[in-house]
Design a protein around this ligand. Structure first.
Ligand SMILES: Nc1ncnc2c1ncn2[C@@H]1O[C@H](COP(=O)(O)OP(=O)(O)OP(=O)(O)O)[C@@H](O)[C@H]1O
Length: 238
């Protein structure tokens, strides 16, 4: 189904995360130990509130863990300075959030070019590269449109193009198929496999969507902040 995994993309060791609300501190992740491999499409699945978003946020350098270490492509990311961490994310990680977070005042290609421009690329070249990525996603013909002139599915493809345009080695997606019908959802997963997974690149997807569970190489199930299953398929009782 996919290239054989050859290297560790992420190594999470003894992660815990607490949140404090008022006087109370609540531990929402406990004792998490996970390796994510390049060459694999890894799903993180679990009920609402089980800690999926918290976990991927920690895995990709957005949220500090309370305890434990996270290595991404062999870099101990939470021992970087703030500036180094921002740069590390910019160069190595692409994000696809459930809300597409497109900038309303600029056209689709300019939205897709944002990571390249942030990296300092010349605007003209960045736009050309963005349109080339949009072409792979079959939306190059929408390059000059503003986000509000696009359908939801087209906006999502622009968000995917933006996540992939700088060819990050790690792509992280939060519920990418939640708003899509079954066929479009499978197409997005196929696309992610095609463009975001190879022997040196990994993709992690948070999803509730049981219509696409069969497309994963590996599924981690979270329950109440703990990993309760790690395998190629969903456990039978889910
Ligand atoms: N900033 C925060 N402050 C306090 N509690 C938080 C914060 N963020 C998350 N939590 C709590 O941590 C737990 C895990 O939340 P998280 O968003 O990671 O779960 P999830 O599995 O992604 O849920 P969903 O599928 O609904 O998005 C929840 O109980 C949530 O209320």
């Amino acid at each position: 189904m996919s290239a054989a995994p050859i290297s560790k993309a992420i190594s999470v060791r003894d992660i815990a995360r607490d949140f404090t609300a008022g006087q109370q501190t609540i531990r929402v992740l406990h004792d998490i130990d996970i390796d994510v491999h390049s060459g694999e499409l890894t799903y993180i699945v679990g009920e609402s509130g089980s800690g999926k978003t918290t976990l991927i946020s920690i895995m990709c350098g957005i949220l500090y863990p309370t305890e434990g270490t996270v290595r991404v492509f062999d870099t101990d990311i939470y021992h970087l300075s703030d500036t180094e961490l921002v740069e590390f994310r910019l160069n190595n990680i692409g994000f696809i959030f459930q809300q597409y977070n497109l900038i309303p005042a600029i056209d689709a290609a300019s939205n897709a070019a944002v990571p390249l421009i942030a990296q300092g690329m010349d605007r003209h070249e960045a736009r050309e590269r963005a349109v080339a990525m949009m072409d792979k996603l079959n939306i190059a013909d929408q390059a000059d449109k503003l986000p509000n002139q696009l359908s939801g599915g087209q906006q999502q493809r622009v968000a995917i193009a933006r996540a992939l345009v700088h060819e990050p080695r790690l792509v992280v997606c939060d519920e990418p198929t939640a708003a899509l019908d079954a066929r479009s959802g499978r197409r997005v997963m196929d696309l992610l496999r095609e463009v975001a997974v190879d022997e040196d690149r990994a993709c992690i997807i948070v999803t509730h969507d049981n219509r696409v569970f069969d497309l994963a190489d590996r599924i981690l199930v979270l329950e109440d902040g703990r990993v309760t299953h790690d395998g190629a398929e969903m456990p039978e009782d889910h």
